[in-house]
Design a protein around this ligand. Structure first.
Ligand SMILES: Cc1ncc(COP(=O)(O)O)c(C=O)c1O
Length: 420
């Protein structure tokens, strides 16, 4: 939130050149989103993909998804196509239902809302519904709990760097309606024990949401490449819903994620209909009203353009970069990837030196990445182009580690923050 800057809404508008100059000045310190030294969430899949995405986005930038049933039938076809492709990718059964939301947070919010209203219909004795989430679950679950009146029981630790299955089992009580697992979570980055969570959900008749926001478009292709990945999708019978973000490793333009729900009987608790106003019947599946058609169109475009093989190739490139980075860490010593993350992002921890000091040293050399708090760590998120900078990164890291060991680089105390 902001109180605004000292610029006022002037009576006369700027001419185009003055406007461009003003905005160029504002952008002077921005970093290009897809610079190769960006090891943060920047999902660059190659220039050809960016062109396909941008062209589809621009072609529909003026189209409002809320009118897809009347003015823009193409948007309806794109959404149906994306939902069918994502459903297939996530092993959703015949009859599964999906929708495109504006992002991971909205998909999670709608999963929690749908679970809550399902519980109202099927578990009427529950007064304050409870949702049990692993330590690593995205803050969007707590946000959803606050907005929707659910008590959120968050575990206090992650044994084996994964969801605390025993703690979650113990936390189940008569008010519990929902369990959450991630495939994988953003921090620690290791897929939760989802087969076990699926059995637990079935045994207690609970809703299980799998947060595949970051891994939904990665893990299916890790598996197709022949690597072992624990079951994580609708192939597990206890999974009620799953989110997978188009605007992350799906490579669409920003503002798109899919929420898939196992069947119509569960999904009927999702949408919102209203007609007691002079405007007529109003229906939306999700939170947003008006939405940009560009996000939906670019999602369809990129999935059709890449096909499964296109995603597989990019995942193969990321796994290769991860392997080279892991080997580089072994050569350098004192730094390693936490556990065995299955996907394209991972947590990096240090042994003798402070991870944040290493982060500051790399930051001074222009590298961008996120940090973790429990444990103090660096979070690296690869994209398909990072193979080109692995050697340079390891070279800088080797120098920085040496300086940190000699006490010549100390942490400036910058912790992990995400503030918008
Ligand atoms: C595992 C996971 N879930 C949910 C989200 C939220 O997604 P969004 O930022 O699109 O709302 C993220 C974002 O990084 C994530 O990593």
């Amino acid at each position: 939130m902001t109180q605004g800057s000292n610029r006022r809404f002037s009576d006369r508008g700027l001419d185009r050149a003055a406007l461009d100059a003003e905005m160029d000045e504002f952008r002077r310190k921005d970093r290009p989103w897809n610079e190769l030294k960006n090891l943060r969430a920047a999902y660059d899949a190659g220039d050809d993909v960016t062109q396909v995405v941008n062209a589809a986005y621009l072609a529909h930038i003026g189209d409002n998804v809320i009118y897809s049933g009347t003015s823009y039938p193409s948007l309806r076809r794109y959404e149906e196509g994306v939902v069918a492709m994502v459903g297939e990718m996530l092993n959703a059964p015949e009859g599964a239902v999906g929708s495109i939301t504006t992002g991971g947070t909205e998909s999670i919010l709608m999963a929690v809302k749908t679970a809550r209203d399902w519980a109202r219909a099927t578990k009427p004795r529950v007064a304050v519904p409870e949702m049990i989430v692993p330590r690593t679950a995205h803050p969007a679950f707590t946000k959803a709990g606050e907005l929707l009146g659910l008590k959120v029981v968050r575990m206090s630790s992650s044994p084996d760097h994964r969801a605390d299955l025993e703690g979650m089992t113990r936390a189940i009580n008569a008010n519990t309606i929902m369990l959450v697992g991630s495939a994988p979570p953003y921090p620690l980055a290791i897929v939760d024990p989802l087969p076990e969570l699926s059995s637990l959900a079935q045994a207690h008749e609970l809703w299980l949401h799998v947060d595949g926001c970051v891994g939904g478009f990665v893990l299916p292709f890790v598996r197709e490449l022949g690597h072992k990945v624990p079951d994580f999708d609708f192939g597990l019978p206890g999974v009620s819903s799953m989110s997978a973000d188009l605007h992350k490793y799906g490579y669409s333009g920003r503002g798109a994620s899919v929420l898939m729900i196992r069947n119509e009987a569960l999904a009927k608790h999702q949408g919102f209909t209203f007609d007691a106003w002079p405007g007529g019947t109003y229906y939306t599946a999700n939170v947003a009203g008006s939405r940009n058609g560009g996000a939906v169109a670019s999602s369809y475009a990129v999935m059709r353009y890449l096909g499964r093989a296109g995603y597989r190739e990019r995942v193969a490139a990321m796994l290769e970069s991860k392997r080279r980075i892991g080997e580089g860490f072994e050569r350098i010593g004192g730094i390693h990837i936490l556990g065995k993350p299955e996907g394209a992002h991972f947590t990096v921890v240090t042994d003798e030196v402070d991870a944040y000091a290493v982060g500051d040293g790399l930051g001074d050399r222009g590298w961008l990445f996120a940090r973790g708090k429990e444990p103090r760590a660096l979070e690296l998120q690869l994209n398909a182009r990072h193979g080109a900078i692995v050697d340079e990164f390891l070279g800088d890291l080797s120098e920085v580690m040496a300086l940190a060991r000699e006490g010549k680089i100390k942490s400036r105390g910058t912790g992990p923050v995400y503030i918008s």
